[in-house]
Write a protein that binds this ligand. Structure first.
Ligand code: 6A9
Length: 744
């Protein structure tokens, strides 16, 4: 299918589609012009470049930074707190002309500590890739060789101008740089190489300035053209700058989007946002406090503000090629889980993001899904992690780049689709979208249902586990999304994974529903219903996955718990000894039932357990047990009783899904509990009670940790509830908004 992108969708052409930088705009165009912000405090800039802010980095140790408001289309309001300074970055777009219109960004710096006068340097830049046909940017300098603006042309933007003005406060120094950057991944380095120390006439004070025109000549003597133009303003806090992008084809503009006009435009946008937020989530009418509502707006806004546009090709390894080969070049419009640590697309994360995004703006979500499904190969496979383009690649260690076309990741887009069908925001649009997507949904389903099956009929097995390693305490299952969650200790073909079985059962159900909605022939629709019935048949499920001894759902495989990490007794002389796994008891074919955790909950989480079954009673009982998963902060991933609870997987590999509290599966558990508390059956009331308290615990802890730390986190500690792992992590953790609003 041809996806509508670029100028076909003018109102989403420009956006903050570089979620990996603190602030920057680009277009949904493979070779977009990019703009962005860097800043530093002159007194704390170091030779090695530390102190210069550009990419979101945890190492910068900002107190916090978050989009407080962002609608994914027209405007955004971000607050960045960097030690003594608060940077307010806002932008508003205005449509007009043929190239996506104008926008203005405002960067206002105020003091965090009520002390004014400290100096800060803001650098706003514009860059294009080198050697793209039809792309030019150049500086306009007035008298005294001061930069007065930039003008340029690209194929996607036509002609345009960008002007920067200081709108408030006192300026200490202003300078610019026009240079040739070797790539979009080295813009910070380009700035660092071109900083100089200068003094002003009649003063001995030293300033850090940008070096002006620095254009090398080509070997043929001709001057090269700059592809990077940066403008620096050093000012005393408080002060403010405005950057105004004007599109050349926008000829009937009445006034400039600056000053008071900008104020008014921003006010209007904020008001619309506020009204829509209440219409969609109804938190005010649910009696949340203003502070809680601000938190929820921040969570949603970061999801929308984390949407990026990437272009490039993945590295893919298939069984037909010796080494990894590049996939075709493709665009990806997607949210990212974490702006700092992994600002790129992840397949199963995106299905969770889709829940929140689709309630807020269905069109955006359908667009995101279209892009992802366009990355499917002929076999029906979609890569798990999308590392597209120079900027994205620069953040990934070599060994993680290659994607295997035999490996899966949970098909969570079926969750998104199920959710969209349930909430019916725009039936016509949905029907059309589903009709177009259907052939690829079939291919996707078939890929899972043929390549991920187990040896016994109706069983499934995650591929990609390493059966030969002696380094890991329990070989990881990255494909399942639950990385180090303990599975059979000795991966082999006898394994059967209960979570994967449930995912496929669920997918079959959704395929059946979609088939009905778009009027597929009954034999096709029936086929999926049959598959769903077969895979959700509770007797068969219990036979394959219910451990009679522990009375819990479990994986099955060649397993022993008697494993430990030890330093080898005779270390290789040349390098320091790495711990290895020692197995002190032969593994046997059995249920992996000594570890209770998220995996054991899957038949419940995906609502496959019959409402009147004794299994449901047992799961509900286990859910409330403090020795297993229950904590004041949500459900921990692995029971305290598991031999793998909080264990390192190698000496360097800290526990990840071995105890911490993760929002994505907590959200699904709350959702399932909501379902069982609203479905007739003997255990309704138990479910109702769990629903209330689990939901409350999760919401309260996230709000409290946000107040304390300034961030949403990748996961949360099960003992004190503190945020852990990468931050900000506003991917699935922002599903807290749906919990607050009770949207499932
Ligand atoms: C590799 C980064 C300096 C791990 O949220 C994305 C995924 C989830 O899909 C998965 O379920 N995360 C979870 O277990 C993060 C994966 C990050 C890989 C980063 C190297 C080093 O960069």
């Amino acid at each position: 299918m041809v996806i509508a992108s670029g100028l076909d969708v003018p109102d989403r052409y420009w956006g903050t589609y570089r979620p990996g930088v603190y602030f920057g705009l680009k277009t949904r165009d493979p070779h977009s012009l990019v703009t962005g912000l860097m800043w530093y405090f002159p007194h704390s800039l170091r030779q090695d470049g530390s102190g210069l802010r550009h990419w979101c980095e945890q190492g910068d140790e900002l107190d916090r930074y978050a989009w407080m408001e962002h609608d994914g289309r027209t405007f955004g309001v971000q607050e960045i707190v960097d030690h003594a300074a608060i940077l307010n970055t806002t932008f508003v777009k205005r449509l007009g002309g043929k190239h996506g219109g104008d926008w203005t960004a405002r960067i206002a710096v105020t003091s965090n500590r009520n002390q004014t006068g400290e100096e800060i340097s803001l650098i706003f830049y514009t860059a294009i890739e080198e050697g793209v046909k039809g792309s030019v940017i150049k500086v306009n300098t007035g008298d005294e060789k001061r930069l007065t603006g930039i003008e340029g042309t690209t194929q996607g933007l036509g002609s345009f101008t960008i002007n920067l003005v200081v709108t408030r406060g006192s300026v200490v120094e202003q300078s610019f740089l026009a240079a040739v950057a070797a790539g979009l991944n080295v813009l910070k380095e380009t700035v660092l190489q071109n900083l100089r120390i200068a003094t002003q006439k009649g003063s001995s004070k030293k300033y850090i300035v940008l070096a002006g025109e620095q254009i090398p000549s080509s070997p043929d003597g001709k001057k090269k053209r700059p592809n990077f133009i940066a403008s620096q303003v050093t000012g005393k806090i408080p002060f403010e700058i405005e950057v105004c992008f004007e599109s050349g084809s926008f000829i009937d503009r009445i006034d400039k989007l600056t000053g008071e006009t900008y104020d008014r435009a921003l006010q209007t946008r904020r008001k619309f946002f506020d009204e829509k937020f209440e219409r969609v989530f109804k938190l005010r009418s649910k009696d949340y406090t203003e502070e809680e509502i601000r938190f929820a707006k921040m969570s949603l806004s970061n999801m929308m503000g984390s949407i990026g546009y990437f272009y490039g090709s993945s590295q893919v390894q298939s069984e037909y090629t010796k080494g990894p080969v590049p996939y075709w070049k493709a665009p990806l419009y997607t949210a990212v889980p974490s702006r700092s640590f992994f600002p790129r697309g992840f397949l199963w994360d995106e299905g969770f993001h889709g829940l929140l995004v689709s309630v807020w703006d269905l069109e955006i979500e359908l667009d995101i899904m279209n892009h992802w499904f366009d990355t499917m190969n002929v076999e029906g496979w979609i890569p798990r992690e999308m590392i597209l383009g120079q900027e994205a690649l620069a953040k990934v260690p070599e060994e993680f780049v290659t994607q295997m076309n035999t490996n899966a990741n949970p098909p969570t887009f079926y969750l998104t689709l199920h959710f969209i069908l349930r909430h019916k925001h725009d039936e016509l649009l949905e029907k059309q979208f589903l009709g177009n997507l259907y052939p690829r949904l079939e291919a996707w389903f078939n890929w899972f249902n043929t390549t991920q099956t187990g040896d016994i009929p109706s069983t499934y097995r995650w591929r990609g586990r390493d059966g030969s390693t002696n380094r890991e305490l329990n070989p990881k299952t990255l494909t399942s999304g639950l990385d180090d969650y303990p599975r059979a200790s000795h991966p082999n073909v006898d394994e059967r994974h209960v979570d994967l079985r449930c995912w496929i059962a669920f997918a079959a159900d959704v395929m059946h529903q979609i088939g009905q909605v778009i009027g597929q022939p009954s034999n096709v629709v029936d086929k999926y219903r049959e598959t769903y019935r077969y895979l959700s048949d509770n007797d068969l499920l219990n036979k394959l996955h219910w451990s009679p001894s522990t009375q819990t759902f479990a994986d099955f495989g060649l397993h022993t718990d008697k494993v430990s990490l030890r330093k080898p007794t005779t270390p290789p002389r040349s390098q320091p000894a790495e711990t290895v796994r020692v197995v002190t008891q032969d593994p046997t074919l059995r249920y992996v039932d000594t570890s209770f955790g998220y995996v054991s909950l899957f038949p419940y989480i995906l609502q496959i357990i019959d409402p009147d079954s004794p299994q449901l009673a047992k799961v509900l009982k286990d859910l409330r047990n403090d020795d297993l998963l229950w904590t004041k902060y949500g459900l921990r991933s692995l029971a305290k009783t598991s031999p793998f609870y909080m264990k390192y997987n190698t000496e360097h590999d800290a526990p990840y899904w071995r105890g911490a509290i993760w929002m994505n599966l907590n959200y699904l558990t709350v959702r399932a509990t909501y379902h069982y508390s609203n479905t007739d059956g003997p255990y309704r009331d138990e479910a109702k009670e769990i629903y209330q308290s689990l939901r409350r615990n999760l919401i309260q802890n996230l709000i409290q940790q946000y107040k304390k730390s300034g961030y949403l986190w990748e996961n949360y500690g099960d003992v004190h509830g503190e945020g852990r792992g990468s931050h900000p992590f506003t991917g699935w953790t922002s599903l807290v908004v749906l919990l607050m609003a009770e949207i499932y």
